[in-house]
Design a protein around this ligand. Structure first.
Ligand SMILES: Nc1ncnc2c1ncn2[C@@H]1O[C@H](COP(=O)(O)OP(=O)(O)OP(=O)(O)O)[C@@H](O)[C@H]1O
Length: 304
């Protein structure tokens, strides 16, 4: 893959078409000199809070450029041209997970458990890799999991939202994603690695239930906050989805961040279940004997 190191390289990118628009950005499909398809994200710098946010955002992008994993959208380069921040990204050509979920919902079908694990194991591998590099995603949700035509799931849109104007960002996050907000984020007690785990648990639930665990018709923000605080969500049907799936969800969606699994634990369970659904023998469950660390009301596993 050609590396883009200079702003001048932007001129050599051939814009194919606009593929999307976000609150602060526009995304284009482009081709480089070698004919490779890439995504070019253009962000208006005036949307940034202040000079410090701009500098911090650039530093964060430099960190993101170091991430190299099959299940994470690559950040190849970034440069500022005409008060616009340009980020050259790997392109995902087959939509995102929210589209897949909507498709199943519209057709009144559930995603088979095998497919849930096929995608989830990839998502959790990407997340465990990010966390191992001490980077949080901060905005895990189905719309930020891209899917390629080869069926590869990739975490994208790594949360740069916090660098944008507080007013715009807060207003936007309330319109956009409050369903996935962890209790500590709601209470503004600080985002941490375990907040990503809460969100990935919500995502796993949504792949099975086809809606967020805390979804409610015509629900106001206050009711949503209460639901989230109480971890109140409808159980998944036990005749359709395995107990392991439900247990993993409950080990991610739990109120106390210290009692949640970490990304490594999530990936181990996901790998086991993915292998199991492929008809391979179940690898040993390392959490079977971990009773002392098991959240009191949430058994880690009870293999059937
Ligand atoms: N690397 C990519 N490959 C393919 N499509 C992408 C890529 N990055 C973004 N897109 C698409 O471009 C659109 C806009 O993305 P963008 O990240 O700018 O905003 P958003 O995340 O949708 O919204 P917001 O930033 O307001 O939360 C989305 O539909 C997204 O699916």
């Amino acid at each position: 893959m050609t590396q883009f190191l200079q702003a001048e390289d932007l001129a050599s990118l051939e814009v194919d078409k606009k593929i999307g628009k976000g609150q602060f950005s526009e995304v284009y499909r482009v081709k480089n000199k070698a004919g490779e398809c890439l995504a070019l994200k253009k962000i208006q710098l005036h949307a940034m809070k202040d000079k410090k946010s701009k500098d911090d955002c650039m530093k964060e992008i430099d960190l993101l450029k170091q991430l190299e994993h099959e299940n994470i959208i690559r950040y190849y380069a970034s440069f500022v041209v005409d008060k616009e921040l340009n980020i050259v990204l790997e392109i995902a050509d087959a939509g995102d997970l929210s589209r897949l979920i909507r498709h199943f919902k519209k057709n009144h079908r559930l995603l088979p458990e095998k497919s849930v694990w096929k995608y989830f194991v990839q998502i959790s591998r990407g997340l465990a890799y990010m966390h191992s590099k001490r980077i949080m995603h901060r905005d895990i949700k189905p719309a930020n999991v891209f899917i390629t035509s080869q069926g590869v799931a990739k975490l994208g849109d790594l949360g740069l939202g916090r660098f944008f104007s507080t007013q715009t960002y807060k207003a936007h996050s309330i319109v956009g994603t409050p369903y996935y907000m962890s209790p500590e984020r709601m209470n503004e007690t600080g985002y941490n690695f375990k907040s990503d785990i809460w969100s990935v648990g919500c995502l796993l639930y949504e792949m099975a239930a086809l809606q967020s665990p805390f979804f409610g018709e015509k629900m106001n923000l206050y009711a949503l906050v209460k639901k989230i605080e109480k971890c109140e969500y409808p159980p998944l049907p036990s005749n359709i989805y395995s107990q392991q799936l439900r247990l993993l969800i409950s080990n991610c969606i739990c109120n106390d961040p210290n009692k949640r699994f970490d990304a490594e634990q999530v990936v181990i369970i996901a790998e086991r279940m993915h292998a199991h659904c492929q008809g391979l023998p179940l690898p040993e469950n390392p959490f079977q004997q971990r009773n002392s660390e098991t959240p009191s009301n949430q058994p880690i596993s009870s293999e059937s």
